[in-house]
Design a protein around this ligand. Sequence first.
Ligand code: ATP
Ligand code: FE
Length: 329
Amino acid sequence: MLILGVDTSCDDTGVGVVELRPDGSVAVRANRVWSQAVHAAYGGVMPELASREHVERIDRVMQDALQEAGITVSELGAVAATSGPGLVGALLVGLMYGKGLAQALDIPFYATHHLEGHIYAAASEEALSAPYLALVVSGGHTHLFDVPQDGQYVLVGATRDDAAGEAFDKVARLAGLGYPGGPAVSEAAKRGDPKAVAFRVPLAGQSGYDFSFSGLKTAALLAHRAGAKPEDLAASFQAVAVKSLVQTSVRAAHDLGRQTLVVSGGVAANAALREAFGRTGLRVVFPGRGLNTDNGAMIALAGAAAIRAGRAPHGLSDGAEAYAPLARA
Ligand code: ATP
Ligand code: FE
């Protein structure tokens, strides 16, 4: 079965096609993302502009995805679209596009949680089956979920302030490294000394599994004012951020007896983070290329998992939700 996935939760218009084979395996057949450049001038995402751009672009992105997959629209067997969390006006564009398409083709529609999409992005590489631990590190989330059964999420830890990606973005901005921040910090860090600035691992010694990045951001600002080189600041910040994410996740995995850890979301593209998680001895699964930051294929992969699990499709009257926790602590 061919599943179309649509994500318009923020400022990327993403459409992907995933094939769900009779044996339950999946393959990403297409993944097209239009990243909106219009927001750069404002230094942040302007919700109204994001919605308008999605409306203007979505059909083009969809046609490109179908072409990449080498299929026509009539070959689709199901549609999945993000219903939350995200910017409501932006979400509504993809949601209504997906619903309209499903209705016109008379095929099932699956409203999909954005974070479940980020987690299932890793299914592009290896079959995901519970139990496992999932760390979502993105622009808006740093959430650690225990997944005792497929489709069941227990929040075991989260950031108390800034998300990891947000911290990368802010450190990049204060050090004048440009935008987007994550890749800029990662690039500058290659030329810097990770020991140049002595950052302390946040919440060291805690018994829980929370994260905190706002103190690091302030410490980075002070180091910047004290004359730290941008490359050294980037390398030192990246090293402590990665250490914090790895230490806490590994401790949780040991305490909960989980051998598999899924690490996904935009920050999972970070090479230093991938290397550090690779040394933990756990089975660590990352999303494939182009599937870390927001995209439509990850939503189709989550849709494929719902279909494989025999979950009922959603009605066409379900709405978009700005705030939609995947699980509560
Ligand atoms: P959310 O999913 O929480 O709503 P989002 O969808 O905006 O947030 P993503 O698209 O998953 O977030 O990820 C974007 C974030 O990932 C940005 O903060 C960006 O700086 C960060 N990021 C991207 N590439 C890298 C990298 N190589 N290293 C570190 N961070 C990165
Ligand atoms: Fe996201």
